[in-house]
Design a protein around this ligand. Structure first.
Ligand SMILES: Nc1ncnc2c1ncn2[C@@H]1O[C@H](COP(=O)(O)OP(=O)(O)OP(=O)(O)O)[C@@H](O)[C@H]1O
Ligand SMILES: [Mg+2]
Length: 173
């Protein structure tokens, strides 16, 4: 039975994709991202799926992608920011090495502002991001084996700390 070496969770702009790619490179393993898996399976961007079919449909595709990736992938896995909304996914994450990349509103809005492909935030970016960070925080806490704060730090630094957190988790088993 394979299992990801690390599962990264966190809100939009926490750096799951950025840090995940760096961590995978450093550990010499493959990187996988459930958002990309959904896009590949559906043949269109996440934003288009939201517009065409709505969030609920996207969450179903995402759930399937999470189940498959947890079972198949042995490298670094980044989950989509909202994947932890699904109680079945939170239950499935028990027993995995899950690292929560936390971020505050200031850095999250700066980073999210750098990309325009986040459909959940389209109407009123700052207010939505703020309530999303608040509402999801307990869900990330619930699934996390370790938490790494990303506020004001560069991706290389954060990657170092995630790698250290993984070593500490391995030792504590
Ligand atoms: N520690 C950091 N410092 C500065 N910029 C960062 C940092 N981490 C990520 N970024 C930048 O912020 C943006 C969002 O990062 P990234 O796509 O990795 O976040 P994500 O958690 O994967 O978001 P999503 O949930 O939307 O997939 C990117 O442009 C990235 O380059
Ligand atoms: Mg990402």
């Amino acid at each position: 039975v394979t299992s990801p070496i690390c599962v990264l969770v966190g809100p939009p702009g926490s750096g799951k994709t950025t840090v995940g790619e760096l961590l995978a490179e450093r550990l010499g393993v493959a990187f996988r991202d459930t958002d990309r898996d959904v896009e590949a399976a559906q043949g269109r961007p996440v934003a288009d799926i939201f517009v065409d079919e709505g969030e609920e449909a996207f969450r179903r595709y995402e759930r399937a992608a999470v189940v498959r990736a947890l079972a198949e992938h042995d490298g670094v896995l980044a989950l989509g920011g909202g994947a932890v909304l699904d109680p079945a996914t939170r239950a499935d994450l028990a027993g995995h090495r899950v690292v929560f990349l936390s971020v505050g509103l200031a850095d999250a809005s700066k980073r999210v502002g750098l990309a325009r492909d986040r459909p959940v935030l389209m109407a009123n970016p700052r207010a939505l991001l703020s309530s999303l960070l608040e509402a999801r925080r307990p869900l990330y806490d619930e699934v996390a084996s370790a938490t790494v704060a990303t506020e004001g730090r560069d991706p290389a630094d954060i990657t170092d700390e995630v790698a250290r957190a993984l070593s500490a988790l391995a030792e504590s088993r």
